[in-house]
Design a protein around this ligand. Structure first.
Ligand SMILES: [Zn+2]
Length: 259
């Protein structure tokens, strides 16, 4: 069986001193592709470098994350935008991400909306898929996206509201779920309702998971089989079929053919 991690942050400082180990764990765990997401200019540059280093295995999503709106300068946003534009023909670049909005940071709400809008327009212009963070803002984001002509949309770690899920699926959006699929009733409910054809798997590493069996250990793409098994149980399908479908979804979403 082959596995994919559609949302990880390999250029995060937490992985800096163990990146070779993490890549080896992924390979040993039959993870055949990872999309490494960015949060600012530095991690965007880092992800391009990693994708160059591990071609075919690591793919880069570039963008600015809503959590950075407090400190990021207009200049850095422009530089990141330029970096994305300059790399449009670079095969390593597969999406604009991680971008979005987060209701936990209301003091920087207006900047969040403006920067998110800018990133969506960029994805529209360059015809690239988007990977979206939508904590507390999913319903609003699902409502606003149809006003953009986006190639493909991935709502990563979709959790709630369930009412926004049908709309997202009707719009052809994908959702990705990770280790919480193993232990969270809420995420299991989302996976129950979402068609398998719209599902991708992720770790969001280096985010750590403190529930069993993960116990707060360093997050690795090698968690992917556990996530596939959890989805297979929910969907009452074989792990082989679910893993193969998720690989096909990944290829379809990012426009990549995996070996
Ligand atoms: Zn993330």
């Amino acid at each position: 069986m082959k596995y994919v991690d559609a949302h990880i942050h390999l250029s995060d400082p937490e992985y800096a001193d163990c990146i070779d180990e993490v890549i080896a764990e992924a390979r040993n765990g039959n993870v055949v592709a990872m999309v490494s997401n960015s949060v600012d200019l530095k991690t965007s540059e880092g992800n391009l470098k990693l994708a160059g280093h591990y071609p075919g295995l690591v793919h880069a999503a570039l963008g600015v994350h809503p959590w950075n709106m407090q400190t990021i300068t207009e200049e850095e946003i422009q530089q990141t935008t330029r970096l994305i534009e300059e790399n449009r023909q670079n095969k390593a670049l597969v999406a604009v991400g991680e971008i979005g909005m987060d209701s936990k940071y209301m003091s920087i709400w207006e900047k969040q909306i403006n920067v998110f809008d800018g990133m969506l327009r960029l994805a529209e212009k360059l015809d690239l898929p988007v990977i979206i963070h939508s904590r507390g803002t999913t319903a609003q984001i699902v409502d606003m996206l149809p006003s953009y002509r986006l190639r493909k949309v991935l709502l990563h770690w979709f959790s709630n509201p369930i009412s926004a899920l049908a709309k997202a699926i009707d719009s052809g959006y994908y959702i990705s779920e990770g280790p919480p699929t193993v232990y969270s009733n809420g995420i299991q409910d989302v996976v129950t309702r979402a068609p398998l054809s719209n599902l991708l798997t992720e770790t969001d590493g280096p985010v750590r998971y403190f529930r069993k069996p993960f116990d707060g250990k360093r997050t690795t793409p090698a968690y992917m089989p556990m996530v596939i098994n959890a989805i297979a149980e929910i969907k009452k399908q074989s792990q082989t079929d679910v893993a193969a479908q998720v690989v096909r979804n990944f290829e379809e979403f990012f426009g990549i053919k995996l070996n």
